[in-house]
Design a protein around this ligand. Structure first.
Ligand code: PLP
Length: 325
């Protein structure tokens, strides 16, 4: 269903890094979410009629799941803890596209039993909703995907990503490779590291190829990310987490992030504005600290550029003097 995503060189600071273009995998299942939801496209889910999920109203996963639901003929209820007035009045980006695909986007504050959910984290609220709302009584036909696709199903598609990376390393003779990707839930990084370790061992080439997965947190900090790993894989498979001393708040607009985004987009590759700026800032810091390393870098472009339709206008409103595109 998906072909192998290409790898392209790109100048970054004083060196060349390689970019794995997972953003080109499929126009509707951009990048990361294409890998994560691959499982549902390749297994028989014909018993399902209802998809339920949750997250932010701008999320890339919202859009990808709306495509999936639409293709499969499932109803799709997506719960959010908040929708900004601006977005309600000016639907755009992932949010607007998901609605067009038939997604019902539900603010949990508007539910009849909202007071039962007061003060809960969205994940806990979801457990409550799925287990007690009568519209989900029929569990046989229900598919519930946790926030950000953080579930075992994600490993199927990431196994394929790991195989593609190993094949590329072999063809290009990249014997010492660092695979870098910014994390949200850490699902992709954790399964990717696990799969690379296992597949290199299966191929008996662990002595020839060193492929290390390094990631950074864009949400909640390093400790939170490590804890997310612990829910998915054994400790031996945890990817290395690096940071640049800054604390990043997910989706928060900053000049540093925007400047970095503009810089990397000069390569001719469009990156996205939530994860990639943080990823490149942290990577830049790491490369400055490890200047003489012989390791080559493969950066995973995890897609999500549809979200730029909402992020770029936000940046333009905030820094209206500087951003003129
Ligand atoms: C969802 C997403 C991520 C985060 O992936 P995790 O597996 O949750 O760490 C990163 N980049 C993009 C573009 C995404 O859409």
């Amino acid at each position: 269903m998906f072909s192998i995503s290409p790898v392209q060189p790109m100048n970054f600071g004083r060196q060349i890094i390689y970019v794995k273009r997972d953003d080109l995998l499929h126009p509707d299942f951009s990048g990361n979410k294409a890998r994560k939801f691959y499982h549902f496209l390749h297994h028989d889910y014909s018993h399902v009629t209802q998809l339920v999920a949750s997250g932010s109203a701008q999320a890339n996963s919202l859009y990808s799941m709306s495509v999936l639901a639409n293709q499969q003929g499932w109803t799709f209820n997506y719960y959010v803890s908040h929708i900004s007035d601006f977005l309600l009045q000016n639907p755009q980006g992932n949010y607007a596209a998901a609605i067009q695909n038939g997604a019902n986007i539900i603010d949990i504050g508007n539910l009849a039993y909202a007071e039962n959910l007061a003060g809960m984290h969205l994940n806990d609220a979801m457990n409550y909703i799925v287990s007690s709302d009568p519209i989900y009584a029929d569990k046989k036909h229900l598919l519930y995907i946790p926030e950000g696709g953080r579930c075992q199903y994600a490993e199927t598609g990431i196994e394929q990503l790991a195989a593609e990376i190993i094949q590329w390393a072999q063809e290009q003779q990249k014997n010492k490779l660092m695979v870098f990707l910014p994390s949200g839930t850490g699902t992709t990084a954790a399964y990717l590291n696990k799969q690379l370790i296992q597949q290199l061992a299966q191929l008996s080439i662990v002595d020839v190829f060193t492929i290390e997965v390094i990631t950074c947190s864009t949400v909640g900090g390093d400790e939170y990310l490590r804890q997310q790993f612990s829910e998915l894989v054994d400790e031996i498979y945890y990817p290395k987490i690096i940071n640049d001393g800054h604390k990043y708040h997910f989706g928060k607009l900053s000049r540093r992030c925007f400047d970095m985004w503009e810089k990397v987009c000069q390569s001719g590759i469009e990156f996205e504005l939530l994860y990639d700026p943080v990823g490149f800032l942290v990577l830049q810091h790491y490369l400055n600290e490890n200047a003489n390393s012989a390791t080559e870098i493969l950066y995973i472009h995890q897609g999500g550029v549809l979200g730029n339709n909402t992020m770029l206008p936000r940046y333009q409103r905030k820094f209206s003097r500087i951003v003129q595109t």
